[in-house]
Design a protein around this ligand. Structure first.
Ligand SMILES: *Cc1c(COP(=O)(O)O)cnc(C)c1O
Length: 489
């Protein structure tokens, strides 16, 4: 079998396996007094010799280049992981964030020596408030989930400050797993409500769940099905009538920038996933940022410090008596914040709006091309992503996972599988705005080709990648992190 785009396919040994005693990759002048340090330290504090790999510089460079060629990223092709917004990250953002005037800064430097970076952070706060229709913003949380946790601590403090002890968070069954996890971490009880048959929030179920114990209702809009909540006005009314706050999970903001604003829909607290919508390389646990913005009423509870502007001077405001306190070391992941600032500055308001329009158009295009083969269970127009089902493959023993593996075999990154949980054999597809028509077609053609392929072949995929099918259950249940313990052929 030959496919147009093939991944590099080879075995790359671990650095420890390539190591040869005495091989070095650096030329440091010899140091005669090596023993001196060890004589200065108490014996109990001396470490055993570290088992570090010993390699030459080209070996190290080649090792990582070879690994990178086995990898798949947004720089390799379409990466349509729904909910994750794996868009292309313009290189200029990296160039700006890695400028030496920024990378040489230290977080303990006096404020008057870091006015430039504080200005960027201030402008980013302002831009995010404008995009979200909010009043005040903190840039500190390190990711979406950290933003959720921060936002829910703000909700708790708000209710507490009114002597109102509310301990429940309502969450729809289509929610991302971080939503209930953050609620529990922030000390709340989670009340899950079922979605309506059309995939939207079931208003009656919501009204039934709301009570004087509800601290907040947490949703993302468009939902994880990519459907805009048509009842958002009634939803916000019902929540506010019950004294509850409305929390917006901003992971799906890529659908709405410059078109509609969570603040205008009545949300009180929201987070932004800068690494998703605002173009920071992410995945593999890489750094993110999850700023949180709130209404004027909640501004005093934001974590410290907040960047403020007094005259022409920027300051870090730590003097906020009602603040929930600190949620992250220093000022957050500043490198990510600068990338987002650069992204927003280069696109401008019109560019951001165009981004969302194209993200929705691209998703709608894929949907229209594949929908007759891969059914989309909820009959509502989708926004920047949609969830199709590979359930029809089941009768021949196939699954969404097989589709994913067959896409990988064809040199394409699969969509998100098995999320949201309410769609059987879910394929959650989010192409983002970055793709050309040709790339969208390549992806659609592959999906249609897979649906027609011989079921005998399905379980054999992927045959063109370095690693074929792994036993993922064993891999998850019996995690081996020590290379010495890896089973070898
Ligand atoms: C990604 C995502 C989150 C969590 O954000 P992280 O930045 O990964 O912590 C929450 N909700 C939805 C819908 C998401 O897609």
């Amino acid at each position: 079998m030959r496919f147009e785009f093939q991944q590099a396919r080879w075995d790359e040994p671990l650095l420890n396996e390539k190591s040869r005693k005495g091989r070095v990759g650096a030329s440091i002048p010899p140091w005669d007094d090596v023993r001196e340090v060890s004589t200065l330290l108490p014996e109990g504090m001396l470490r055993e010799e570290l088992n570090l790999p010993e390699l030459s510089e080209p070996e190290v460079v080649r090792h990582y280049v070879r690994l990178s060629q086995m990898n798949f990223g947004t720089d390799s092709g379409i990466y349509p992981l729904g909910s994750c917004t794996m868009k292309y990250n313009p290189k200029i953002n990296d160039r700006i964030a890695s400028h030496s005037t920024l990378t040489r800064m230290h977080p303990l430097q006096p404020e008057d020596t870091i006015q430039g970076v504080l200005a960027m952070m201030y402008e980013l706060q302002e831009a995010l408030c404008e995009i979200g229709g909010m009043c005040a913003c903190t840039l500190q949380p390190a990711a979406g989930a950290a933003g959720e946790f921060t936002g829910l601590l703000i909700a708790r403090k708000y209710h507490g400050s009114r002597g109102d002890h509310r301990d429940e968070i309502i969450i729809p069954d289509s929610a991302h797993g971080t939503n209930p996890a953050s609620a529990v971490m922030a000390g709340f009880k989670v009340i899950e409500i079922k979605s309506a048959p059309d995939g939207s929030v079931d208003l009656d179920a919501l009204k039934g769940a709301l009570s004087e114990r509800t601290a907040a209702f947490m949703i993302t809009n468009p939902s994880t099905l990519g459907i805009f909540e048509k009842n958002i006005c009634e939803i916000q009314q019902a929540c506010h009538d019950a004294g509850a706050l409305l929390y917006y999970d901003g992971a799906n903001l890529n659908a709405l920038m410059g078109i509609s604003r969570p603040g205008d829909m009545g949300f009180d607290i929201m987070h932004y996933n800068l690494h998703k919508t605002f173009s920071t390389p992410h995945g593999g646990g890489g750094p993110g940022a999850g700023p949180v913005a709130v209404t004027a009423e909640l501004a005093k509870f934001l974590p410290v410090p907040v960047v403020v502007k007094e005259g022409n001077t920027y300051k870090l405001d730590h003097d906020r008596p009602d603040s929930i306190g600190k949620v992250k070391g220093f000022y957050g992941n500043v490198g990510v914040l600068i990338r987002a600032w650069a992204y927003i500055k280069t696109l401008g308001a019109e560019g951001l709006k165009r981004t969302s329009e194209l993200a929705v158009l691209n998703a709608s295009y894929i949907r229209s091309r594949i929908e007759s083969v891969y059914p989309v269970p909820f009959n509502a127009p989708s926004k920047h992503e949609f969830v199709a089902s590979a359930d029809f493959l089941k009768e021949n023993g196939g699954s969404a996972k097989d589709v994913a593996k067959m896409l990988a075999e064809r040199g394409l990154h699969p969509p998100t599988n098995y999320f949201p949980l309410i769609v059987s054999e879910a394929l959650m597809i989010e192409p983002t705005e970055s793709e050309t028509m040709e790339e969208l077609d390549r992806f659609c053609d592959a999906l249609l080709d897979i649906a027609k392929s011989d079921p005998e072949e399905w379980k054999k995929a992927p045959r063109t990648t370095t690693v074929s099918r792994v036993d993922d259950i064993t891999a998850a249940k019996n995690l081996i992190l020590n290379w010495n313990q890896l089973p070898r052929e």
